[in-house]
Design a protein around this ligand. Structure first.
Ligand code: F3S
Length: 399
């Protein structure tokens, strides 16, 4: 790989021990994937922030990087942490865990990383534009950035994203290249998609098809007349979860769909497929649900506004987490929405979520509108699940 003079100097240690280690990580990745050069990144998003995932070994790595002079050269934000630092008690998170999570966030802050922790960074100031190279980690956000925004990123691991933040570059391979962004098969949707949960179910159908194919072909999806931001973030989360996909094109909706010629290999998705996918993520009876979580990916202010309409003056009867980013929560505070939602008995879990928080064994069954949350609630936390519409999930909480 050809390195610029500054990149070579970083590799030689001229910019300090951490910058050298970061460049070593990226040069090794570039060599593995046959990258010809490094490209500058406009922003970084780092996953693997929860103490539940990182543990002491991860903390040690971060401390070593800060001691070695690591500092973010570009806008860098974080994925959800293991708890809401400002509201951990109502979430039932232990003091020890909170302390350790704080140590992680402090280490990132020392590196100049913005410690807002969200899987929807594009809703809170980390919004790349079309064609821009970035280095993001969170799978749903990667899929959203590549597909909906037309930015260019591979799905980075935590260390390679941090390395990109420290060096300001990433190796040019995979989704940074035009050739890797072309659609390889078509999907024709012959189903009416009315809710975010329908888009989640569609992501599960297409994702399972991709996963079963052994490679990760980029789909060109046709037959969807319109999709809101919330529909698309739900779809991205699901497609990435079930298919490991980082890019799709949706005819008439996503920016790069226009340049795609129609691949002949076509998957047809019917209403029955959508129903079956939703049913496959529902194994709990209504009376078993003891936990409701909304906000996977993190809720937008429009979704919080809808929640206020549904909850205003009512009282919920189950544990309910509302997961969103700190900037969106601030909007909700300013609008008086937080008070209405908390008066109803729900708890804000800001900067965290029901998947990365340490919840194993705490609940029996989760109700949610997120196909991704269902998947991880079952696989990571061993909860039963019910995939419902947003409105049905609120109803479930009130029952
Ligand atoms: Fe975000 Fe957590 Fe879901 S990181 S996409 S809310 S699993």
């Amino acid at each position: 790989m050809i390195l610029s003079l500054a990149q070579q100097e970083m590799l030689d240690g001229k910019y300090g021990r951490s910058a050298q280690k970061a460049m070593q990580i990226l040069a090794a990745l570039g060599a593995i994937y046959g990258a010809g050069r490094m490209v500058p990144v406009a922003s970084v998003q780092i996953a693997g922030v929860s103490y539940d995932n990182l543990g002491e070994a991860g903390l040690e790595f971060l401390s070593d990087m800060t001691d070695g002079g690591a500092h973010a050269r570009v806008l860098t934000t974080l994925n959800p942490a293991g708890t809401d630092i400002d509201n951990s008690q109502p979430l039932g998170i232990s003091e020890d865990f909170v302390h350790n999570q704080e140590r992680i966030l402090e280490a990132f802050a020392r590196m100049g990383v913005i410690t807002t922790c969200s899987c929807t960074p594009y809703l809170s100031g980390n919004l790349p534009h079309y064609g821009e190279h970035i280095a993001w980690s969170e799978s749903s956000a990667v899929c959203f950035a590549n597909s909906v925004l037309g930015a260019r990123t591979n799905r980075e691991g935590g260390p390679s994203a941090l390395a990109a933040a420290i060096t300001g570059v990433t190796p040019e391979y995979g989704y940074h290249l035009d050739a890797q962004r072309r659609a390889a098969f078509s999907v024709l949707v012959r189903a009416k998609l009315e809710h975010t949960s329908d888009f989640g179910a569609l992501g599960a159908v297409i994702g399972r098809h991709i996963e079963g194919s052994g490679i990760k072909p980029v789909p060109l999806i046709r037959g969807i007349p319109g999709a809101s931001l919330e529909n698309l973030k739900s779809f991205c989360a699901s497609l990435a979860t079930f298919g490991g996909a980082a890019l799709f094109h949706m005819e008439g909706i996503t920016p790069e769909s226009a340049g795609q010629t129609g691949p002949e290999d076509t998957l047809v998705v019917t209403q029955k497929d959508i129903h079956e996918a939703a049913a496959s993520l529902t194994d709990a009876r209504p009376d078993e649900v003891d936990f409701v979580s909304l906000g996977c990916p993190h809720l937008s202010i429009r979704e919080i506004t809808r929640l206020v309409e549904l909850l205003n003056g009512k009282r919920i009867k189950k544990t309910v987490w509302i997961t969103t980013s700190r900037p969106v929560k601030h909007m909700a505070d300013r609008m008086g929405y937080t008070r209405i939602i908390e008066d109803a008995g729900a708890v804000f879990a800001t900067d965290t979520c029901c998947v990365v928080a340490p919840l194993k064994g705490r609940f029996k069954a989760l109700a949610t509108d997120s196909a991704k949350a269902c998947y991880y609630a079952a696989s990571k936390n061993k909860f039963k699940t019910r995939l419902l519409t947003f409105e049905q999930a609120v109803e479930e909480a009130l029952r």
